[in-house]
Design a binder for this molecule. Structure first.
Ligand SMILES: [Zn+2]
Length: 368
């Protein structure tokens, strides 16, 4: 890949990070347009790599302008009503994908991720079927409703963690990943989980300062993204820019699972596992709503309530579907979390035999 496009992509990541973390107001549309200009002059779409094709949709001006507008609103705590914008974004992504010869946006995403939509749907459905009863037991155990879901999960087992740095050191050392610290910086001053790479030597992670077991899970998840970004760009930056979203989330979810398996006393690990099981059930239900939404958006509110009623809990304060997490930014993303959990469980079962260093070097290889 050409160095100038990598520089533009890094600049976009940097501006995005500064908007989120330093309350700056960079206009992302300008860089998005530059990226689009560059890509659209590369030749016909059949010459493009899968990640270039995906970018050709994401940075097409009608798509990126809307996405950046919604992203601004997301960053401001959704003060504006963004419902029409979220629906329009789905429409323009479809339109641009069709222009490139795909059936629709789902078809483009599946092609770029090397996934088959019917297989993905059945994996998510199977996950829900197999784990629903267990999730319902956990919902009772922690007395969850939609209104208190995150609050109650964040209150599970307050922890008294004095030294986060040495906990992270210990984890990285165990798996032979210590070198990643030469490029990773972690900021704890915002209430969000977010990771990005803003230059060849700067991988940025934001996570809440861990006050609860839930926060610990988020920290290791974000650290997982950082570890992947380090090993994916050891040789050159191109493989970092070619990471698919499903692999990116799989790797982060895998690190969350490895942390709970190897780092904590049993009572903490068990609670971490409960949270993992609840959260990936939530993202599974969310994904199956998302898939249906593409065929049926006359009454998304009703569809949303129907899907979420599977968990049999009080739908008090159910967030409007279009403000639920970052689905507003990409209505074909949330499945990556549950898919990541399904894959992580398989990989751990097949390849991990309590030898952390050996498993660590296996993981370094699959990042490259
Ligand atoms: Zn993630």
């Amino acid at each position: 890949m050409n160095k100038s496009i990598n520089n533009l992509l890094y600049k976009l990541n940097k501006f995005q990070w500064e908007n989120y973390m330093e309350d700056k107001h960079h206009d992302l549309n300008l860089i998005c347009n530059e990226i689009y200009d560059y890509l659209s002059h590369l030749g016909c779409s059949s010459d493009l790599s899968k990640s270039e094709l995906r970018r050709l949709v994401e940075y097409e001006p009608s798509v990126s302008t809307l996405r950046n507008k919604i992203d601004d609103s997301y960053n401001n705590g959704f003060k504006d009503d963004i419902k029409e914008d979220v629906l329009s974004l789905m429409e323009v992504r479809n339109k641009v994908s069709k222009k490139l010869g795909f059936k629709d946006y789902i078809d483009l995403v599946m092609c770029c991720e090397d996934l088959d939509f019917e297989i993905l749907k059945s994996l998510i459905d199977d996950y829900i079927e197999k784990n629903l009863n267990h999730a319902k037991e956990l919902i009772n155990k922690y007395d969850l409703t939609w209104g208190n879901w995150f609050l109650n999960l964040k209150n599970i087992g307050p922890i008294d963690l004095k030294d986060i740095d040495s906990l992270i050191d210990k984890f990285l050392e165990k798996f032979g990943f210590k070198e990643v610290l030469s490029k990773i910086k972690i900021a704890y001053d915002k209430d969000m989980g977010y990771s990005t790479k803003i230059s060849p030597d700067d991988i940025m992670i934001c996570a809440r300062k861990p006050n609860s077991i839930f926060d610990l899970g988020t920290l290791f998840h974000e650290l997982g993204h950082g570890i992947l970004y380090y090993y994916a760009s050891e040789e050159d930056d191109d493989s970092f820019f070619n990471i698919t979203t499903s692999f990116d989330e799989f790797f982060a979810v895998l690190m969350e699972n490895l942390a709970l398996l190897t780092m904590f006393p049993r009572d903490v690990s068990e609670k971490m596992k409960d949270i993992v099981d609840l959260e990936y059930m939530r993202t599974a239900i969310s994904a199956s709503f998302e898939f249906d939404l593409w065929n049926f958006n006359e009454d998304p509110e009703k569809l949303y309530a129907e899907h979420y009623s599977k968990l049999g809990i009080k739908q008090d304060n159910l967030r409007p579907w279009y403000k639920d997490s970052f689905r507003s930014l990409d209505s074909m993303y949330i499945h990556n979390y549950t898919l990541g959990q399904i894959t992580a469980e398989k990989i751990i079962y097949k390849n991990y035999n309590n030898d952390c260093l050996e498993f660590g070097s296996y993981l370094k290889n699959i990042c490259r």
